[in-house]
Write a protein that binds this ligand. Structure first.
Ligand SMILES: Cc1cc2nc3c(=O)[nH]c(=O)nc-3n(C[C@H](O)[C@H](O)[C@H](O)COP(=O)(O)OP(=O)(O)OC[C@H]3O[C@@H](n4cnc5c(N)ncnc54)[C@H](O)[C@@H]3O)c2cc1C
Length: 386
């Protein structure tokens, strides 16, 4: 017996919406439509965090936190992709994390390939100003523009659909699905005048992956969602094939070098909760470069320095491609991975709603794990409500 595929609408086309939509579409049991205001191929936009990420896979959730296995699961999938069909989107590289305070043990990174602790008296730690401990391992960095487009093309290739639209309230979708956002030829019949509307169809379920947009989307309006501003400097430095971070968590200061496969290197960074300034601040750009020159002077090889002994701001400036600034979608209480429901207006139908947002600085890191949980929540809710 052939069962009809159920229509699912996913709101949002950041790394979370795309990965979740892909996971659902690839089961072969659903017709998934993504509706999103900003799409992966659009110019960078402050309403779309995924374009601003470094991004590397370095899990910082505690080992007993529910998100930790999701991070591990995602790493395994990204490692596999980096060796296979999506190798052009990833760089496998040695990574070192340095800490200015004692690190909770056991480390949340012990599962990473080639993991080793670096003690206070190890040569690597002694060379880093302020560091007392370190962890070295192998990981991947993600070339986010090509990776988002890879996810999108894989989703489209498996039969999914994406339409642009700014949704004001999830009840719009609960009643009429993607209808209001479809091209006119699909919304209206060609015969008669005025052209009659084609009949809108409610979806079987809605999945909400709108990141920071969850604070504003009608029917969700999650007041716990807030921006964690992150400013970065992108330089062209293809000789850098290692990553490193210096975390001073007491001061909320985070200095990092994230090279992408393309040769672009992201220097970071900042962690600024509830800071809504969407423009890079020049004094922060300068501070990021100066911090990185102290932490990782080897970003400028000797032959590119004016003074071979010590690199300066002037050595870095000709390499700068862009100053970046994005809002990580933070959430008090952490990520929301949950099922609920909405009453479809003017009907007695209850439509399941799955929430998958609020990943803060770990959207890439836990993307596949949280997409898998979303699929499980979706299938359970569909059984309960239909
Ligand atoms: C500087 C910086 C560095 C980072 N580095 C890393 C890193 O190294 N590793 C890592 O894992 N993460 C990193 N992050 C965090 C990561 O970028 C986010 O966790 C992730 O991008 C969140 O993805 P998302 O899909 O939830 O949200 P977004 O990417 O913001 O996507 C939201 C989507 O929802 C759509 N939308 C919102 N509201 C509506 C609406 N009402 N109607 C229709 N569409 C709507 C938007 O248009 C968009 O398509 C970094 C972030 C920053 C800023």
């Amino acid at each position: 017996m052939v069962t009809e595929k159920k229509d699912i609408v996913v709101l949002g086309a950041g790394v979370i919406g795309l990965t979740t939509a892909l996971k659902i579409q690839e089961t072969g049991r659903y017709n998934v439509t993504i509706i999103a205001e900003i799409l992966p191929s659009d110019p960078k936009n402050i309403k779309y965090a995924s374009q601003w990420a470094g991004a590397h896979h370095v899990s910082f959730t505690k080992r007993d936190h529910f998100q930790h296995p999701l991070d591990k699961e995602t790493f395994e999938e990204m490692w596999r992709l980096s060796q296979n069909e999506a190798s052009a989107c990833f760089l496998q590289l040695p990574q070192t994390e340095f800490f200015t305070g004692e690190r909770e043990q056991p480390s949340s990174l012990e599962h990473m390939p080639n993991f080793r602790h670096l003690t206070t008296d190890s040569e690597e730690v002694i060379g880093i100003p302020g560091a007392v401990h370190g962890e070295a391992f192998t990981t991947v960095t993600i070339d986010v523009p090509s990776y988002l487009n890879y996810l999108l093309s894989r989703f489209l290739g498996s039969g999914g659909r994406i339409v642009r639209g700014s949704v004001q309230h999830i009840s719009q979708i609960a009643e009429s699905g993607a209808h209001a956002f479809l091209p006119p030829a699909e919304r209206f019949s060609s015969d008669g005048f005025p052209r009659p509307q084609k009949k809108p169809k409610a979806p079987a379920a809605i999945v909400v992956c709108v990141g920071l947009g969850a604070r504003f989307l009608g029917g969700v309006e999650d007041a716990d969602v807030y921006p964690i501003r992150g400013q970065t400097v992108l330089i062209n430095a293809p000789w850098i094939r290692w990553g490193k971070t210096l975390s001073n968590l007491a001061a909320m200061e985070w200095t990092y070098v994230i090279p992408r496969r393309t040769g672009i290197v992201i220097l970071g960074g900042t962690l600024e909760p509830n800071d809504w300034n969407a423009t890079p601040r020049p004094e922060t750009t300068r501070d990021i470069i100066e911090r990185n020159l102290k932490f990782a002077p080897e970003i400028i090889p000797a032959h590119l320095r004016k003074d071979a002994e010590k690199p300066t701001l002037d050595d870095v400036l000709p390499l700068v491609v862009e100053e970046g600034c994005g809002f990580r979608p933070g959430r008090k209480g952490g990520l929301r991975l949950q099922a609920g429901s909405i009453q479809a207006p003017n009907t007695d139908r209850t439509i399941p709603v799955v929430y998958n947002y609020g990943h803060a600085g770990a959207g890439y890191i836990s993307s596949f794990g949280s997409a898998r949980v979303s699929l499980e929540l979706l299938e359970k809710a569909l059984q309960e409500w239909s």
